[in-house]
Design a protein around this ligand. Structure first.
Ligand code: G1P
Length: 282
């Protein structure tokens, strides 16, 4: 599908349970786990804003109200800290609330990432959109991963997935692609498989949590049968687009932390802490 419209909306599937972080995530959404002082989902929203988007569509679920409260004014708190040195700690979130519109819908049953994205259709309508999985935290100086992908979208006008090379033993944790490298770091996807065993994986090029999708994906998702793990997989729906040559995979510039795992979360915390100390010294 060739799509003319720009990408102005970002979808955040945020209904998952975050079981790897129990008990921390028993009553708190995993998207609200902080790296330093900022919750994971705020990093995602800032990355989307930097890429030119100001509409954030969030698919939530039970127990996720803290996300809505985070992207809203807290009058009591504002009143309490008005005129104190603490006010500056709210500057970034105030800026976000000023510039962006947030809309929410609930995923009632957990039937996979593809199902979560289809649930978001009501907030997206018929336009291309980006998807951020907030537990994949991506950093790359001033040019975020989504900014890089929006640039590519202007050229290719089809769905785009961000990929990175992983250790071949880890393929069963990711969607894995294969395709022809049509330009440096850019692949026209021919095959996509959700979480293959290492022996069955076509390559070690893994999809990470950044997508740009054309809106025909919704019709495809409606027809997509449950796949790996009995869930409706976005990877399977994208494979339908790929059959028509309409999926690009992009090996992005930057570093991605798997903050859905304790190891990745700690690594992100340590790296961003060291970076912030360096910035303070300047
Ligand atoms: C999802 C996708 C998978 C992708 C991954 C990136 O899996 O299904 O294709 O590689 O996100 O983080 P999940 O991590 O939700 O199991």
């Amino acid at each position: 599908m060739y799509v003319k419209a720009p990408v102005s909306i970002c979808l955040f599937p945020a209904a998952g349970y975050g079981t790897r972080f129990l008990p921390a995530t028993k009553a708190m959404p995993k998207e609200m786990l902080p790296v330093l002082t900022k919750p994971l989902i705020q990093y995602g929203v800032e990355e989307a804003m930097a890429a030119g988007m100001n509409t954030m569509a969030i698919v939530t679920g039970r127990g996720k109200r803290a996300i809505e409260d985070h992207f809203d004014v807290s009058y009591e708190l504002e009143h309490q800290i008005k005129g104190t040195s603490k006010e500056k700690q709210l500057a970034d979130i105030r800026h976000i609330i000023d510039k962006c519109t947030f809309s929410y819908t609930r995923q009632v049953e957990m039937k996979g990432l593809g199902h979560a994205i289809l649930t978001g259709e009501t907030l997206i309508g018929h336009q291309p959109f980006s998807v951020i999985l907030a537990d994949d935290l991506c950093v790359n100086g001033d040019e975020g991963v989504l900014t890089q992908m929006v640039e590519l979208f202007k050229k290719y006008r089809c769905s785009i997935v961000a990929i990175e090379e992983i250790d071949p033993s880890q393929t069963d944790k990711y969607g894995v692609i294969a395709g022809e490298e049509i330009a440096p770091n850019i692949y026209r996807v021919s095959t996509m498989v959700e979480k293959p065993a290492p022996a069955d994986a076509p390559t070690n090029l893994a999809i990470i949590g950044r997508y740009i999708l054309t809106p025909d994906i919704f019709d495809i998702l409606r027809e997509t049968k449950p796949g790996k793990g009995g869930e409706i997989q976005i990877t399977d729906a994208l494979m339908e687009q790929a059959k028509a040559g309409n999926v690009i995979a992009y090996k992005f510039r930057g570093k991605r932390y798997d903050c859905g795992s304790v190891d990745g979360y700690v690594e992100a915390t340590v790296d961003l802490y060291e970076q912030s100390k360096k910035n303070d010294e300047r």
